[in-house]
Design a protein around this ligand. Structure first.
Ligand code: LCS
Length: 394
């Protein structure tokens, strides 16, 4: 592990979390078992008392899960991590571990919808209050802080607007107010953004996206920086039960090996596509961290090693234009989710955010012509041909 920590990121992706196993496999075996035999009653007792190391029950820990968790902890530069059944399970684990009735959360306005809903409609039932602000405006974060604020929760770049937050500045505000900074690093992955380098306390990911990268797993993870937090979170996760399973851990660990390669290709493709879209007559504007026109360009340059694969753009023809584009693409798959090897496209106003109503959408920055593109690792000319043909139909 310590040797792996000295490697470059591409090598870390390949080697992190690979332990020693019976018969010498180069890949951690899948321990597809719910429970582990004790050698004796005393052995079982010693494991439960924490006097001896070993595995007891897969909800508590499992070697295949632990191997993947070690890999993600290495990539993020954390102490340890906790594999969860989904990104939402990871986020819930953090909130359930850190909050109690009467506490307050400051959260980015541009976050994945269910994160907003978890705070606004589920945790609010337990008397946990939340304030949603545009966290790319540091003054707004300062104004939202109360005496009872325990967490500043940032998604950067935010889903789907790509609003980008200065983590160093927000970490200072959090720590001056005895609050923890929690960052959802799903859109960038540790290859492109390392939130711990900017003072973040806890990182979460939907591993369903770039970390696994192959659109065949739903999973999440929490990464922490110290043993005390780890043990506290592990206990909470064990009670809540939102753990990942061994087979999904195996798949994610396999995906991690190509993460650096994939993030490079996603970024390279996305730069070319963002420029193509910015110069297209049917497109009103493009938001992409790698474009000079990006509103938070300087923060993006400071925080990101490359701009990533997520692009938002606004079509000139609004709702109707969006529907035509969705119905005309062939290579780009019309689907929610993101971060897979295949390009995925979606139009929030006619699909995911249809029932929200125009007014509420616009307050959240989701305009009628907004399209979100998760750029895959295909040949960029093929993606541009597909978009070009589909845009012509508008
Ligand atoms: N965080 C971010 C930034 C996300 O984009 C998502 C899912 C989650 C957390 C939740 O992760 P999950 O529980 O799905 O693993 N984002 C999705 C999206 O944009 N479309 O479909 C899912």
């Amino acid at each position: 592990m310590s040797k792996v920590n000295n490697l470059n990121i591409e090598s870390k992706c390949v080697h992190a979390g690979i332990g020693e196993y019976e018969n010498g496999p180069v890949v951690p075996p899948i321990y597809q078992t719910s429970t582990f035999k004790f050698e004796s009653a005393d052995h079982g007792g010693a494991l439960f008392a924490g006097k001896q190391k070993g595995y007891i029950y897969t909800r508590m820990q499992n070697p295949t899960i632990e191997a993947m968790e070690d890999a993600v902890a290495v990539l993020e530069g954390g102490y340890k991590s906790l594999g969860c059944a989904s990104g939402m399970a990871a986020i819930h684990t953090v909130f359930a571990s850190l909050l109690k009735a009467g506490d307050h959360v400051v959260c980015s306005k541009s976050v994945y919808g269910p994160t907003n809903t978890l705070l606004a409609t589920v945790l609010s039932k337990f008397n946990i209050e939340s304030t949603f602000v545009n966290t790319s405006d540091i003054k707004k974060v300062e104004e939202a802080i109360n005496d009872n604020t325990k967490i500043i929760y940032i998604e950067t770049p935010g889903n789907p607007t790509l609003e980008t937050t200065d983590l160093e500045a927000v970490a200072k505000i959090a720590h001056n107010n005895n609050a923890k900074l929690v960052v959802d690093n799903t859109f960038m992955s540790p290859v492109l953004q390392r939130p711990f380098d900017f003072g973040t306390d806890i990182i979460v990911h939907s591993m369903t996206k770039f970390l696994n990268g192959h659109a065949d797993v739903v999973a999440g993870i929490v990464v922490v920086k110290d043993e005390e937090t780890y043990l506290h979170f592990r206990k909470t996760l064990n009670q809540i039960g939102g753990v990942i399973d061994p087979f999904n851990s195996f798949l994610v660990h396999r995906g991690l090996k190509t993460l650096a390669l994939r993030m490079k290709k996603h970024s390279e493709n996305a730069i070319v596509i963002a420029e193509f879209l910015e110069n297209h007559p049917k497109v009103e504007w493009v938001r992409f961290p790698g474009l000079k026109s990006f509103p938070n360009y300087e923060i993006a340059q400071k925080q990101h090693k490359a701009p990533g694969g997520m692009i938002s753009f606004e079509l000139k023809g609004g709702l109707e234009a969006g529907k035509i584009l969705m119905n005309s693409v062939e290579l780009c798959q019309l689907a929610v989710s993101l971060g897979g090897v295949e390009s995925l496209i979606q139009h929030p106003a006619s699909m995911t955010h249809l029932t929200m109503g125009k007014e509420a959408r616009e307050t959240a920055g989701i305009t009628d012509g907004l399209v979100r593109l998760s750029v895959g690792i295909e040949n960029v000319d093929d993606i541009i041909d597909d978009l070009s043909r589909a845009l012509e139909k508008i």
